[in-house]
Design a protein around this ligand. Sequence first.
Ligand code: ADP
Ligand code: MG
Length: 223
Amino acid sequence: TEQKLIKAETLNVVGELAAGIAHEIRNPLTSLKGFIQLIQTDKNQRPEYFKIILNEVDRIEYIIKEFLLLAKNDTQQMKVQNISAMLWDTVALLQTQSLLKGVELKMKLQEGLPDIFCDLHQLKQVFINYIKNAIEATNAGGTVSVEAYVIEGTLKVKISDTGAGMDPETLAKIGSPFFTTKEEGTGLGLMVSHKIIKNHNGTFVVESEKGTGTVFCLSFPVN
Ligand code: ADP
Ligand code: MG
């Protein structure tokens, strides 16, 4: 089992991001250019080309949307509040995706979870990212669990899956801008999440084993 404690404040991603975003957006742009040229010459295949073009534009839109989340930190709505309802909402939101895959998504919240100083909207984004990744890593018949509880004045939220797991090399790279092992991935989810966790004075620990599964445990100071 690989263990890693990542202090989110060591993340300095802006420089790497600038290079990464240029690269990431150039790919779909190159493809767009190619298919627009094809449309001019090959009239028969137009509907197909339009479909691909739309997909590429969607992808650029998606990358920019995730990217912009990073820039939004200044306008965050931090206040002392409870995250229980938001966690239920988040799990409900992802239940369909999970069901369709045949993955069981369950949640266990300790009763009377204490409030934390946070931006609910941003934290929701974080939990969506982690739970989505967990579902994506897990095959039919597997399980994704979300647990929240308090230990020593710290609120813990644990997201575990019985999915693919990660080898140490992969584990070392997660959260770097644009690092993805997925065909359709952006590799921005964890980077954005780490940044948000840092803004909440939070930390996280990840434990993963190839072929067995992954546990992300996030900690937030209780107000
Ligand atoms: P994306 O989901 O677009 O690939 P992320 O930043 O969310 O980008 O995740 C980066 C990579 O980290 C994933 O491509 C995957 O390789 C790895 N990863 C993240 N969460 C898990 C998990 N629960 N199980 C296995 N691998 C994971
Ligand atoms: Mg992701």
